[in-house]
Ligand binder design. Structure first.
Ligand SMILES: NC(=O)c1ccc[n+]([C@@H]2O[C@H](COP(=O)([O-])OP(=O)(O)OC[C@H]3O[C@@H](n4cnc5c(N)ncnc54)[C@H](O)[C@@H]3O)[C@@H](O)[C@H]2O)c1
Length: 365
């Protein structure tokens, strides 16, 4: 007997919502039942270009009994309201990162998940994507021993110095650098270390063009130190304006968008270049006790989104898991721990780089 066709709904038909629609529309075993967007031009596009049923009010979409899974692709500040309504309506929810902007909202979302008996999956898609997942496999296989020190370089450009004229231009809507952007890297630190972060220091970047120099509403960091038990350390280095975000393939490095991670363990180390699709693996037990190159893994010719930002595949995997009665790849409670670290980073950068303890206690709601 064939597997049943899963019907999904998408709330928010902007950049992410339309991308997911374009992808799902070509899948035989998943059908987009409807989308919801408050913006009439977005609804028109969904109807006219993709032939999808539309709602102006997302609550109507949540009531649509044919829909089993809802993709929450609304702006950061809308995540809790949409996710909680969808869960309470009996739908499984795949919700974009960040989880939410405030701890209280995360507590309310986790409560709604528990009470509904449905799943809430936060889109920390790096864990699902080919290269970051392959690095995790190498670590878990013990090839570099116990991870001790991680360096993540993320030199990303946004739109250069041009100010965005979207919801991202208001701090109360976006949350902050770590809430909007750094959360992916903080999540990867926890994933690779396999332990919980204890303290953080988020050092603000020099204000290259003064107070008006930031292309988004938030102050950006230069580096972020994340302290784990027994002096294990992860460091995120960011130079946001060195790169150009939407560069043609093959041009990213030249234009300054760098995206790579090094993990040093007790027995060896590895270096991954996400743009080039390569992993170098080194061992500390070469001839004469010297470091030696063990191998290079290379994944050429693959789309960069597939290599490290595969939200599309991750969502499809989530839908299949629901269909097949399997739990999500990781739990929403685990993603809350990432957000606890993210909130500590936001506090640290606000305080000019103060060392801040991560507080994993959730408020009562
Ligand atoms: N996982 C990732 O790597 C990744 C990448 C990009 C964006 N995101 C996240 O995805 C989310 C969406 O980002 P985007 O770039 O698509 O934003 P966007 O502004 O392009 O799209 C958001 C859409 O939501 C709609 N919307 C807003 N409020 C609504 C409401 N109450 N009901 C229905 N629709 C509503 C807007 O009209 C808009 O069409 C954000 O939270 C962002 O952080 C995640």
């Amino acid at each position: 007997m064939g597997k049943r066709i899963m019907k999904i709904g998408i709330v928010g038909f902007g950049g992410v919502g339309e991308d997911i629609a374009k992808y799902i529309i070509n899948q035989e075993d998943i059908k987009i039942e409807a989308i919801a967007d408050m913006d009439e031009t977005k609804r028109k596009k969904a109807e006219e270009v993709y032939g999808i049923k539309v709602y102006a009010d997302y609550r109507k979409l949540c009531e649509d009994k044919d829909i089993e899974v809802i993709y929450n692709a609304t702006p950061n500040f809308m995540h809790p309201e949409v996710a909680i309504t969808a869960l309470r309506s009996g739908r499984h929810v795949f919700s974009e990162k960040p989880f939410a902007i405030k701890k209280e909202d995360i507590a309310a979302m986790l409560k709604a998940e528990k009470e509904s008996g449905k799943y809430l999956q936060i889109d920390f898609e790096m864990r699902y994507s080919l290269l970051p997942k392959r690095v995790k496999e190498i670590i878990d296989a013990g090839e570099i021993g116990k991870p001790k020190n991680i360096l993540f370089n993320h030199f990303c450009g946004g739109q250069g110095f041009e100010k965005e004229n979207t919801w991202r231009a208001r701090i109360e809507n976006v949350g902050g650098y770590y809430i909007e952007e750094g959360c992916h890297r903080i999540d990867i630190f926890r994933y690779y270390m396999g332990e919980e972060m204890e303290e953080v220091m988020a050092i603000p970047a020099p204000q290259i063009r003064g107070d008006e120099g930031w292309h988004r509403a938030y102050r950006e960091p230069a580096c972020t130190l994340c302290f784990f038990p027994e002096e294990k350390l992860a460091n995120l280095v960011t130079i946001q304006h060195r790169g150009v975000y939407f560069a043609p393939p093959g041009m990213e490095n030249e234009l300054g968008h760098e995206y790579n991670v090094s993990v040093v363990g007790s027995e060896g180390s590895l270096y991954t270049n996400f743009w080039k699709g390569t992993i170098l693996l080194m061992n500390f037990s070469g001839p004469g006790g010297k470091t030696s190159l063990n191998r290079m893994e290379s994944y050429p010719g693959l789309d960069t989104n597939f290599l490290h930002h595969n939200s599309l595949g991750f969502f499809r995997d989530f839908v299949y898991r629901i269909r097949d009665g399997r739990p999500p790849l990781f739990s929403a409670s685990d993603s809350w721990k990432t957000m606890a670290c993210v909130f500590a980073c936001e506090e640290s950068i606000r305080e000019g780089g103060k060392r801040v303890k991560v507080d994993y206690t959730l408020p009562d709601v």
